[in-house]
Design a protein around this ligand. Structure first.
Ligand SMILES: *[C@@H]1O[C@H](CO)[C@@H](O)[C@H](O)[C@H]1NC(C)=O
Ligand SMILES: *[C@@H]1O[C@H](CO)[C@@H](O)[C@H](O)[C@H]1NC(C)=O
Ligand SMILES: *[C@@H]1O[C@H](CO)[C@@H](O)[C@H](O)[C@H]1NC(C)=O
Ligand SMILES: *[C@@H]1O[C@H](CO)[C@@H](O)[C@H](O)[C@H]1NC(C)=O
Ligand SMILES: *[C@@H]1O[C@H](CO)[C@@H](O)[C@H](O)[C@H]1NC(C)=O
Ligand SMILES: *[C@@H]1O[C@H](CO)[C@@H](O)[C@H](O)[C@H]1NC(C)=O
Ligand SMILES: *[C@@H]1O[C@H](CO)[C@@H](O)[C@H](O)[C@H]1NC(C)=O
Length: 410
């Protein structure tokens, strides 16, 4: 969306310029010549990639989210699962017995350009004396773990730490030499809910206070880069909404249908941002829906199966599963558009389409199980396969490469 607008603006200004003078026309031609020769001499080289991605005009011509996965076992994975000190057992698929490891070797290739190569040192320098914060649900936490793994190998063990505050809601990775932090804050619905406990959040009847966010948001106020997400926890027909506080006898409860309730919550969130965020210093991102692969018949597999045993990607261009709800993406887009009108820009990381292709990227049965498996489970592995989260190294590393590209494209 933002990219499209940019293009229109550029086109407009070019047309204006062409009208002005012959001199400026010559200047434009020379620019084109220079750019073309850079292209010809450095094609495919890293130098060219950095030029394309950071040169503002070229960046705006490339939709980073339109592209394809390219097998690349030379450069990928970007880190080794066993070498990441802060790897999560929920995402460590190799450790938990997965044998097919090609899921670690895919590079995302946008159609019109290449992603810049992830450079941990460069990112840490950018984050010096700053806070990079991920806020959201377990998918966002997976992206945070990926980010920590991407940078931590370049830091000696005495110069990094991990600790938790705010009753476990906020986990902070610190790169001491840089005085930089990469943090994760658990708020699966962004607004307050009865699922806010970072450990015990499986409640029978989920209730959300769509108008209350301060309890969480006070931890984000001073962050320099914030990456939000919220989607999966809303994917149901209706939600129990509470006006009033938890435990207040005068509280009013109502069931509110999707998509309306999602919009109410995002409005609360965006209003908070509008008032509290220092727009001069803060970069804001919203990560779109993470794709799920829970019904194999959607991609032409056998009915009743899911991502269990999948080792290949979906090759159909533009494939879109039923787990991703376009109407909810539209709500996000509308809310962010309004916020932009009020002078605050939140960049969408539109990772849904690229993740749709990756039916083989989920942990499936290769992760730590929180409860002991029953006989029934063991006899039917797909019944406990996790087709929602993502193995690391894997798909969320790409989300972070996209984030990296945007952080430096400011
Ligand atoms: C990469 O994959 C190819 C084809 O599967 C294989 O021949 C090659 O040995 C692999 N290279 C590395 C570095 O793993
Ligand atoms: C990574 O970034 C650092 C700091 O900007 C730079 O010195 C280094 O050469 C870069 N490494 C690569 C492989 O580009
Ligand atoms: C360290 O970083 C924090 C932000 O995370 C900042 O407030 C503080 O001033 C920094 N310390 C120094 C010594 O620059
Ligand atoms: C931690 O939880 C306790 C008990 O629920 C609560 O009283 C306290 O305010 C919480 N502390 C923070 C920092 O959220
Ligand atoms: C942001 O920058 C503008 C223009 O430089 C300045 O007028 C304004 O005071 C700044 N706002 C904050 C909150 O720093
Ligand atoms: C997806 O859901 C829609 C509506 O619920 C249904 O009509 C359609 O058949 C589903 N598609 C697949 C592939 O399951
Ligand atoms: C995200 O990408 C999908 C698929 O390309 C597209 O349909 C959707 O409109 C995009 N959403 C936003 C908010 O840009």
């Amino acid at each position: 969306m933002a990219i499209k607008e940019h293009q229109i603006v550029m086109l407009g200004s070019n047309l204006g310029r062409i009208k002005i003078t012959f001199n400026s026309l010559v200047a434009i031609l020379i620019t084109i010549l220079v750019v073309t020769s850079i292209y010809l001499t450095q094609e495919g080289g890293q130098w060219f990639l950095e030029r394309t991605i950071y040169g503002e005009s070229l960046f705006s011509k490339c939709n980073l989210f339109h592209g394809k996965w390219v097998f690349d076992n030379e450069s990928y994975p970007l880190y080794k699962e066993q070498q990441c000190s802060f790897m999560s057992d929920q995402l460590a698929c190799e450790k938990f017995g997965r044998k097919d490891l090609d899921y670690q070797n895919w590079r995302w290739k946008p159609h019109q350009c290449d992603l810049p190569r992830f450079n941990a040192t460069r990112l840490l320098e950018r984050l010096r004396n700053k806070r990079l914060m991920f806020v959201g649900d377990s998918l966002n936490r997976g992206q945070w773990v990926s980010m920590v793994c991407l940078v931590e190998s370049s830091i000696p063990s005495t110069l990094k730490s991990m600790h938790t505050i705010a009753n476990g809601s906020l986990t902070i990775f610190k790169a001491k030499e840089y005085n930089a932090t990469i943090e994760f804050y658990w708020a699966p619905l962004l607004v307050e809910s009865n699922s806010d406990d970072p450990v015990k959040h499986k409640v029978a009847d989920r209730t959300v206070r769509v108008q209350a966010i301060e309890k969480h948001a006070k931890y984000w106020t001073d962050a320099d880069i914030i990456v939000f997400n919220t989607f999966l926890w809303w994917r149901r027909h209706a939600m129990n909404v509470l006006w009033g506080s938890f435990g207040d006898p005068n509280g009013v409860y109502k069931k509110v249908a999707m998509v309306r309730v999602y919009e109410m919550a995002l409005r609360t969130w965006s209003d908070w941002l509008e008032v509290h965020i220092n727009r001069n210093n803060t970069q804001l991102f919203f990560v779109s829906m993470s794709s799920t692969h829970q019904r194999a018949h959607e991609w032409g597999g056998t009915k009743g199966e899911n991502c269990y045993k999948e080792t290949d990607q979906i090759t159909e261009e533009g494939y879109w599963g039923n787990g991703s709800v376009p109407k909810m993406m539209q709500v996000v887009e509308n809310v962010l558009q309004d916020l932009k009108g009020r002078g605050l820009n939140v960049q969408i990381l539109n990772i849904t389409q690229l993740s749709e292709y990756r039916k083989e990227g989920h942990p499936s049965i290769y992760r730590k199980q929180w409860e002991p498996l029953t006989e029934e489970h063991i006899s039917n592995p797909k019944s406990y396969a996790d087709c929602i989260h993502w193995c690391l190294p894997g798909v969320p590393d790409t989300w972070n490469e996209l984030l990296y590209a945007y952080i430096f494209n400011r």
